[in-house]
Unconditional design. Structure first.
Length: 240
């Protein structure tokens, strides 16, 4: 059948059918207009392994975001596509998945060659983009600092976060880094300029930004996010 032949040539992330799922209290961001629910190859799968043998994980991706319109109007279609490529890749990563170049090409309605050029340009500008073929120096695992921020935004108490992370990070320092990255982005700073301004690595800044992008779409948004990030809001001490 034509549909079967098309499915056989689809990128790896699209080959498994996606079924609607009910939103849970842990994932109130889904579904929102512009979101996609996909099965991505798990980030810890070896690069050389056959795709049919790779474990897959569910990821929710923000295909359409508010920033896309600004990028399109100010910089054109190419800039909007590059922002989308970077966003999709970082959001998959913090959910335990990695997208391949072919996945990104399918999701942005372009060719793998164009996506490769986009990735090269993004990295030239200092924007971290983790893909199946290009992992950050820290590897596939999401840093403990980012895990601590996600737990805090999920209303986990600070002592419990410290216990969960084994004291590997200072939670308040991680929250301060996240707040700075997210606030700079919310105020309109470019993704490439944020790491230098926040004095952190581009890979860590990318992970923090992905957490912010996903968390801000929850309905209603978590109170803790507004306390940490909302532009112009008073910065309160993290809650216990």
């Amino acid at each position: 059948m034509p549909g079967s032949r098309a499915a056989a040539h689809a990128p790896p992330v699209i080959r498994q059918p996606c079924r609607p799922r009910r939103a849970s209290s842990r994932d109130r961001a889904w579904p929102q207009p512009g979101d996609l629910h996909l099965m991505a190859i798990a980030a810890d799968e070896p690069v050389g392994r056959q795709l049919t043998e790779c474990r897959r994980v569910p990821v929710d991706l923000e295909l359409i975001a508010e920033e896309d319109t600004d990028a399109l109007e100010r910089e054109g279609m190419g800039a909007m596509r590059q922002r989308r490529v970077a966003r999709l890749a970082r959001q998959a990563r913090i959910q335990g998945g990695l997208l391949a170049v072919e996945d990104l090409a399918h999701l942005t309605c372009t060719s793998p060659t164009t996506v490769k050029r986009d990735l090269a340009e993004l990295r030239r500008r200092g924007v971290a983009v983790a893909t199946r073929a290009h992992l950050p120096p820290t590897g596939a695992a999401v840093p403990t600092r980012v895990q601590a921020v996600r737990l805090y935004l999920a209303d986990v108490a600070l002592p419990e976060i410290e216990h969960h992370t084994g004291g590997a990070v200072r939670v308040r320092d991680a929250l301060a880094e996240f707040a700075q990255v997210a606030t700079l982005f919310a105020q309109g700073m470019s993704v490439s300029a944020i790491p230098e301004s926040a004095a952190i690595g581009s890979d860590l800044a990318s992970d923090y930004l992905a957490v912010y992008e996903r968390t801000r779409r929850r309905h209603p948004p978590p109170c803790r996010l507004a306390e940490l990030v909302e532009p112009g809001a008073a910065r309160n001490d993290p809650q216990h």
